[in-house]
Design a protein around this ligand. Structure first.
Ligand code: 26A
Length: 342
């Protein structure tokens, strides 16, 4: 079997609940953010599970993107790597992945529970608090197993969640190196502001392998601040990323900044020149937004599916906007059935 798209990330089960702003304040959480849980946040998970409205939904940012891409692409197009425990949470993830036909090659931990993310929904904002659990134990050796490396060798496109920089930058480098050597597109999502902020060095280490950077406006601003750039001038920030060191000279670097309902900014750096473009999102009445958990992952999914299908940049961005619009009408990072087609 050959999978066109190989993804790597942290498989998590989302415990999604609606909360008031006061609840976020109590734990010092921002309305729209994604963080690693500290000791003081741990009660949040049991409190979420005890709520009558709690929903257990498959999450993990790159896994959401893998599911979304498989939603669009022909059967058996996408393979996802990550690490889970042996528990009913992992069973839930497997079930959700099956529903769209996503294939997983999980590393399984015998004595660590599957990771979980409290997705605290407050209106159209979402605050994500993650206990990585088994996801934190992913090792590059899992990719190097002969049966897995065969899949890597056959893949045409790679997608990695920046969140995985907290787990195994070595595993990301392993895939990046292969992609650069074989001239295959390598896509990295910055994932959350804390990645460029607190994982600046591992991010700088993997960036040279990256052909496509995807992030949202707050992650772009965090990147700017971490690198001494003017965060109010996102075009310049995108240009700076686009022209930073790159190993595979056969592909330009493309930087994609989503900006919520504002147009998506795309900067391509090729032969010393920049192409700067903006693409409007697909409008949706505010009353039709169920929640925005996973909106960015869905955008990335549509975009990457476009790359896999060999679509041009404008079409790939539009496919991202299309899938994000579908996903924000569902609960959590999910997609509608019966399947819609682009
Ligand atoms: C390392 N961290 C913090 C994380 C995550 C994460 N996925 C991987 N690593 N924190 C939140 N998420 C996922 O992001 C999705 C929304 O974009 C959540 O599981 C949620 O499904």
């Amino acid at each position: 079997m050959a999978f066109d798209l190989v993804c790597l990330g942290n498989p998590l089960l989302d415990l999604q609940v609606n909360v008031e702003k006061a609840y976020l304040d109590k734990y010092g959480l921002k309305e729209n953010d994604a963080i690693l849980a500290e000791e003081k946040h741990m009660p949040i998970f049991d409190e979420a599970l005890a709520r009558p409205d709690v929903r257990l939904i498959a999450g993990g940012a790159a896994q959401n993107t893998a599911r979304g891409a498989q939603y669009i692409l022909p059967a058996n197009s996408v393979l996802y790597f990550g690490s889970v425990g042996k528990d009913k949470y992992a069973d839930k993830l497997i079930e959700a992945n099956k529903s769209v036909g996503l294939t997983t090659a999980y590393m399984v931990q015998d004595d660590v529970a599957t990771g979980k993310c409290a997705a605290l929904i407050n209106g159209t904002n979402r605050s994500l608090v993650t206990d990585l659990g088994a996801a934190n134990h992913f090792k590059p050796s899992h990719l190097e197993k002969p049966e897995n490396w065969e899949h890597v060798k056959k893949a045409k496109v790679f997608y990695v969640g920046g969140f995985h920089l907290t787990v195994s930058p070595e595993a990301i480098e392993l895939l990046g190196k292969h992609a650069a050597e074989e001239n295959k597109p390598f896509v990295l999502n910055f994932s959350a502001p804390f990645i460029p902020q607190f994982f600046k060095d591992p991010l700088a280490r993997v960036l040279p392998y990256v052909d496509y950077v995807i992030c949202n406006e707050s992650e772009a601003a965090a990147f700017a601040e971490a690198n001494g750039l003017d965060a109010s001038d996102l075009v310049s920030v995108a240009k700076w990323i686009a022209k930073s060191a790159k190993l595979n000279a056969k592909r330009p670097r493309t930087v994609v900044f989503t900006q919520g309902t504002d147009p998506t900014l795309v900067v391509v750096h090729e032969n010393g020149d920049f192409a700067v473009k903006e693409y409007p999102v697909h409008a949706l009445e505010a009353s039709k937004v169920t929640d925005t958990n996973g909106a960015g992952d869905a955008f990335a999914a549509g975009f990457v599916a476009g790359l896999v299908q060999g679509k041009d940049l404008a079409t790939s961005v539009d496919m991202g906007h299309w899938l994000a619009k579908l996903s924000i009408q569902e609960i959590g990072p999910s997609f509608p059935f019966p399947k819609q087609t682009y």
